[in-house]
Design a protein around this ligand. Structure first.
Ligand SMILES: Nc1ncnc2c1ncn2[C@@H]1O[C@H](COP(=O)(O)OP(=O)(O)OP(=O)(O)O)[C@@H](O)[C@H]1O
Length: 240
């Protein structure tokens, strides 16, 4: 069965001064996949995701999402089309309660109707296991739990594409198992792009892996293929 790409890039590049952070990346993400994006430190993963979301402007190349060229759309328009992303807690408001944080995200999706917002917030917090902390300020959460709060904020927007940037950082092993189950559950509704350093997580939940190195795609394939790939092993030697 031919799969439909939810997201794709062509020749996507971004330089910072002389540094080619992302260089000529052609990328295709079929609808319904869990894709992991990996690579050594400085490989260009965050820059690439920033280009997808519109947080960083491309030097050249294009991005397509849901069959339209979104290269020139600002970040908020991309969100409105169905992208959601979590970026290392930059979106969490520390002084606001978990309820308020998730409600802000839910209102983007469903507007201001109080009963619907309440339902969305309760459901999103339940899915990430933070129900009991609904009324606490976000700053009371551990780092790992703030990452889960961000995911709840993503869930409340019912995105077509959910981009998770190092979501398991700061989580305990038992919480990582729950996280893996959560991602599978979310995948029933959303395509998922996961930047992740924890290889156990990647190997367990990704359908396919894209490896970046020095801004370029070094390899792409199923987890087992990538695990055996000599070029990938070499890229990681001495870095991890
Ligand atoms: N705003 C910036 N100004 C200058 N250089 C930058 C900027 N952002 C990224 N870079 C450089 O671009 C390259 C890619 O960085 P990026 O953060 O995208 O990599 P990464 O794969 O996400 O790394 P990590 O795994 O360490 O988060 C690096 O050499 C980095 O120093």
């Amino acid at each position: 069965m031919a799969s439909v790409n939810l997201l794709s890039t062509k020749g996507l590049s971004r330089s910072f001064g002389g540094i080619r952070a992302v260089e000529n990346v052609d990328f295709e993400l079929p609808e319904g996949q869990i894709r992991a994006l990996i690579g050594p430190n400085g490989a260009g993963k965050s820059t690439f995701v920033g280009l997808l979301c519109g947080r960083i402007a491309a030097s050249s190349g294009s991005v397509r999402f849901m069959d339209r060229d979104i290269s020139n759309l600002p970040a908020h328009r991309r969100i409105a089309l169905g992208m959601a992303y979590t970026f290392q807690i930059t979106s969490v408001f520390a002084r606001l309660s978990l309820y308020e944080n998730v409600a802000l995200a839910a209102r983007r999706h469903i507007g201001g109707d109080r009963a619907s917002v309440d339902r969305e917030v309760a459901s999103a917090l339940e899915r990430v296991g933070l129900t009991e902390r609904t009324d606490q300020p976000a700053e009371d959460l551990s780092y790992g739990h703030q990452r889960l709060l961000e995911i709840a904020m993503g869930i409340a927007q019912h995105p077509k594409l959910l981009i998770l940037d190092e979501p398991t950082q700061g989580l305990a092993d038992s919480e990582i198992r729950q996280f893996n189950a959560l991602v599978r559950e979310l995948n029933a509704e959303a395509t998922i792009l996961l930047i992740e350093h924890n290889m156990d997580v990647v190997m367990e939940i990704a359908d396919a892996i894209t490896v970046l190195n020095f801004g370029e795609v070094l390899a792409e394939g199923e987890p087992e293929e990538i695990r055996r790939n000599k070029a990938v092993q070499a890229a990681y030697l001495g870095t991890d």
